[in-house]
Design a protein around this ligand. Structure first.
Ligand SMILES: *Cc1c(COP(=O)(O)O)cnc(C)c1O
Length: 232
């Protein structure tokens, strides 16, 4: 077995165990393979193991990979990086999801620029849950307002929330932060029936995220190995 194949088997079994531990069905949890900085040959190996959902952080790198795999209609591409307004068109034209909506202007541009030949772009509002000054995302107090404005835009579809908590190794402390996301997600679901996606959990906090209701974990390192940012 190649390393990526072995890693995918391990990550899936890790997800299954974490789900069973808290009485959830593993089917409720989508594994997003985060392939940023990794070559298409690595993505090919993951595809050969049945992986279909991929996450990319850099617009041009992501678009290049989407074009490379254009003939494979099973693949679902998620944009998960910070998005500047001059790059929204590429995301609107090429990706199926954008996880990092943190202001109306970006949402509006994505909606306007989404080709009418494609279904609406699925979007998540990014929450700055650890309240770090440097991180992107809105605070929970701003959520109701932004959700109301976004939910009426025709070219995008609000599907839920995303967070990147500050790095933390202690499981209980991870849960403390992630549970705030869980509560906000449930409240949003009460208001909008189409909300079904809570994007949280990375290689280091996957188990806690699943215990706190995550429906999509974004895993890079545990699948593809450590990243080399030398060319970024
Ligand atoms: C890079 C990245 C990941 C994957 O992180 P790992 O720790 O390598 O699993 C997940 N989410 C976002 C937003 C990322 O930028």
């Amino acid at each position: 077995m190649n390393t990526i194949k072995q890693n995918l088997v391990n990550v899936r079994s890790h997800i299954d165990t974490a789900a069973q531990k808290c009485g959830r069905s593993p089917d409720e949890i989508t594994l997003l393979a985060v392939s940023k900085t990794k070559p298409v040959s690595d993505i090919e190996k993951a595809i050969a193991c049945g992986q279909t959902e991929f996450g990319e952080n850099y617009v041009q790198e992501g678009v290049d990979k989407i074009s490379y795999f254009a003939e494979n209609k099973n693949l679902v591409w998620h944009f998960i990086g910070p998005l500047q307004s001059n790059k929204t068109r590429l995301v609107a034209e090429h990706f199926a999801w954008c996880h990092t909506i943190d202001r109306l202007k970006i949402a509006q541009r994505l909606s306007d620029q989404r080709p009418t030949t494609l279904p609406p772009l699925n979007v998540l509002i990014q929450i700055n849950i650890s309240d770090e000054n440097s991180k992107s995302g809105i605070s929970l107090t701003e959520l109701d307002g932004l959700a109301a404005q976004i939910s009426i835009l025709p070219g995008i579809k609000l599907r839920g929330l995303m967070a990147i908590p500050a790095p933390e190794n202690d499981y209980n402390k991870q849960v403390e932060v992630l549970e705030k996301m869980h509560q906000a997600f449930k409240q949003l679901q009460n208001q909008y029936p189409d909300i079904d996606t809570l994007s949280m959990g990375m290689t280091g906090d996957m188990e806690a995220a699943i215990a706190c209701g995550s429906t999509l974990v974004r895993i890079g390192t545990a699948i593809f190995g450590a990243r080399d940012y030398a060319n970024k």
